[in-house]
Design a protein around this ligand. Structure first.
Ligand SMILES: C[S@@+](CC[C@H](N)C(=O)[O-])C[C@H]1O[C@@H](n2cnc3c(N)ncnc32)[C@H](O)[C@@H]1O
Length: 268
C-alpha cells in the first residue's frame, strides 16, 4: 500500500510505501536539493520544522492520545500546574507551546487573560476549532512575538523538552515576564525511586510504542517522545538551567514519583 506524502522542505509530493495505511517507519524521500527527507517524527536534534510538522501530524488526536498514554495522569498533572501558576482574575498569562490549548483552559477558568502560543499551525488550528474565543498566537519559543515585561506569569507544559535551544527559550520567557512575575514549567523528568524508574523506563521503551500504534495517527511521534524523555535533564539539571537564565527562587516538585516535575521561579 502507498500513502501520498508531502515533503515540507522541497515541497514535492510523492507516493511512499506504507505499513497498514501509515508511512513506513523511517521512510525517506531523497531527491537532489532536498536534504531532510520525510518527516514522520523529529530527531533528537529537534530541528524546529521537524518538530512543528510532527505536531501538525498528531494535532487531531493529540489530547485523546495523551490521556490514553499517560494512563489518565495528564488531567491530574494539569490541575497541579494550575495550582502552581495560581492565575488570578485579569492577570496576563502566557501558555507557551500550548498546542491545542488544553493546557491553557485552567488558567482561563480563573478569569486570567491567557495567550496560548505555539509554532505548530496544525495544533493551533485544532485548538481554535474547539475554543475560538482564546487568543491563539503563532510564535517560536526562542523568538517570542511579545514585548518585554508583558506577562504576570509564563508557563509551558510538555513543550520545553521539544525546543531545540532550551536556554534561549528560558531567556525569552524571562524577557516577556514582568519583574516579580513567575514561571512554571511542567515537563517529564526522572522518577526518584530506582525500582519505579526501571519499570517506567520499560514502559516508555517497550509498552508505549505499541499502544501509540493503536491510538495515534503518527506512532513514530511517540518513539520520539520516549527518546526525548530519556535524553532530558533531571530535576536538578533543569533547575540549574532556570537559574542560569536569570530566574530566582527556583524550586521543583515531583508528580507521580518524578515521572513529571513542576519547576517554578520568579523574575527578580
Ligand atoms: C506535547 S505538546 C504540549 C501541548 C500543551 N502544552 C499540552 O500540555 O498539552 C508540545 C507543543 O510544543 C510545541 N513546540 C515545540 N517547540 C516549540 C517552539 N520552539 N516554539 C513554540 N512551540 C513549540 C509543539 O508545536 C507542540 O504543540
Amino acid at each position: 500500500m502507498f500513502c501520498v506524502s508531502f515533503c515540507t522542505d522541497c515541497r514535492w509530493t510523492q507516493l511512499v510505501q506504507s505499513v497498514r495505511g501509515r508511512l513506513a517507519t523511517g521512510a525517506k524521500h531523497r531527491r537532489p536539493g532536498c536534504l531532510n527527507g520525510w518527516v514522520t517524527r523529529a530527531s533528537l536534534d529537534k530541528q524546529p520544522h521537524e518538530v512543528a510538522t510532527m505536531f501538525d501530524d498528531v494535532a487531531a488526536n493529540y489530547d485523546l492520545t495523551n490521556d490514553v498514554l499517560s494512563l489518565g495522569q495528564a488531567r491530574l498533572w494539569r490541575k497541579e500546574v494550575a495550582k502552581a501558576v495560581h492565575a488570578r482574575p485579569a492577570e496576563k498569562v502566557l501558555d507557551l507551546a500550548a498546542g491545542t490549548a488544553t493546557s491553557s483552559l485552567p488558567f482561563a477558568a480563573t478569569g486570567a487573560y491567557v495567550v496560548p502560543c505555539d509554532f505548530s499551525l496544525g495544533m493551533l488550528q485544532e485548538g481554535k476549532k474547539r475554543n475560538p474565543w482564546l487568543p491563539f498566537t503563532a510564535g517560536d519559543a526562542t523568538r517570542l512575538p511579545f514585548r518585554d515585561e508583558t506577562f504576570d506569569a509564563v508557563t509551558i507544559s510538555f513543550g520545553l523538552r521539544n525546543v531545540q535551544d532550551t536556554d534561549a527559550a528560558l531567556r525569552e520567557l524571562y524577557r516577556v515576564t514582568k519583574p516579580g512575575g513567575r514561571v512554571v514549567i511542567c515537563e517529564f523528568s526522572q522518577p526518584t525511586w530506582t525500582p519505579f524508574r526501571t519499570v517506567y523506563t520499560e514502559y516508555l521503551m517497550r509498552a508505549l510504542p505499541p499502544v501509540a500504534r493503536a491510538v495515534s495517527s503518527n506512532p513514530d511521534a511517540y518513539v520520539y517522545l520516549a527518546e526525548s524523555i530519556r535524553a532530558w535533564p533531571d530535576q536538578a539539571g533543569l533547575a540549574a538551567k532556570l537559574q542560569r537564565a536569570g530566574w530566582s527562587k527556583v524550586a521543583w516538585r515531583n508528580l507521580t514519583g518524578g515521572v513529571v516535575a513542576l519547576h517554578r521561579g520568579v523574575r527578580p
